[in-house]
Design a protein around this ligand. Structure first.
Ligand SMILES: [Zn+2]
Length: 118
C-alpha cells in the first residue's frame, strides 16, 4: 500500500475505538514504513492503527455486557448439548424472566381455588 509517504505526526484517517467513529488521527508510531499507532485528534487517545477499517458490529444492541464478553472468550466451543431449554437467558437479562415467573405462578393459584368444604 501507499503508506511509505507517511511520517510521524501526519494526519491519517482511522477508526477510533473510543469515539466509535472514523476520525482524523495523527501518526504516533511507525515500524518499517507502516503505521502502528495513531492518536485520535478528537479525544486524543492513542491506539493501534486499524487501517481505517470500521470493525463489524456483532449485535444490534447498544450495550454489550461484560458477562457476554467473558462467555464469548470462555466458551468458544459450540453450545452445550445438555441444556436447550433456555437459550436466550444469557443474551437478555435473567431478572426480567425471573420476575415474570412467580407472578404467573401466583395468578394461576388465585384463579384456581382449591379449597375443600367449609
Ligand atoms: Zn477518539
Amino acid at each position: 500500500m501507499m503508506t511509505t509517504s507517511l511520517r510521524l505526526g501526519d494526519g491519517i484517517d482511522d477508526y477510533c475505538p473510543r469515539c466509535k467513529l472514523l476520525l482524523n488521527h495523527a501518526v504516533a508510531s511507525m515500524v518499517g514504513g507502516s503505521v502502528v499507532k495513531v492518536v485520535c485528534q478528537t479525544c486524543h487517545s492513542e491506539h493501534p492503527y486499524k487501517n481505517a477499517e470500521v470493525p463489524p458490529k456483532k449485535k444490534a444492541g447498544p450495550k454489550k455486557t461484560l458477562l457476554d464478553q467473558v462467555l464469548a472468550k470462555a466458551a468458544p466451543a459450540p453450545e452445550p448439548v445438555e441444556e436447550g431449554s433456555e437459550p436466550e437467558e444469557t443474551a437478555n437479562s435473567p431478572k426480567k424472566k425471573r420476575a415474570a415467573a412467580p407472578a404467573r405462578y401466583i395468578s394461576r393459584h388465585a384463579t384456581r381455588p382449591r379449597r375443600g368444604k367449609a
